[in-house]
Ligand binder design. Sequence first.
Ligand code: NI
Length: 172
Amino acid sequence: MQFEIFCRELAHGAAMIQSLVAGVTPEQARVKPSPEAWSVLEVLGHLCEEERGDFRQHLARILQTPAPPSNPPTGTDAPPYSEHDPAQVLDEFLAERQRSLVWLRQLPAPDWTAAITIPFGPFGDTMRVQAGDMLTAWAAHDNLHARQLVELWRARLLDLAKPFGVEYAGGW
Ligand code: NI
């Protein structure tokens, strides 16, 4: 397990997400390019929730160690992210990621092959997950939503470009 490299990947992942939403106005952050597509704000809200309540909580459970406290605590009655300021949601995500990294780096000799079986997917399936799977999936989750933010960036650019076109850039 290349633990320190994965810690750095998680740090870079947060920086990448911050870059991908740079310059997005609060109005643009609420735009959904299609009814089923997420807005930038929804992606940021999801990343915040996942940071607080998913990866590090599951990793802590697998390693049988306490997870770091979240701010606000998970499960509290906060208003939905659609009512929040996108810049504030981004800051919350970055602060939670920082907490995660401090927590990860103080773990004493984690057993990356330790495993639990957890619910997975919408159809009541379960999955056996090792600690190493959970850490690497955490970084891959940043990657997945970065791709989504690139698609949103593209949609925003096309809109901003009007009445001009971006065909000269090459095929998408
Ligand atoms: Ni996700």
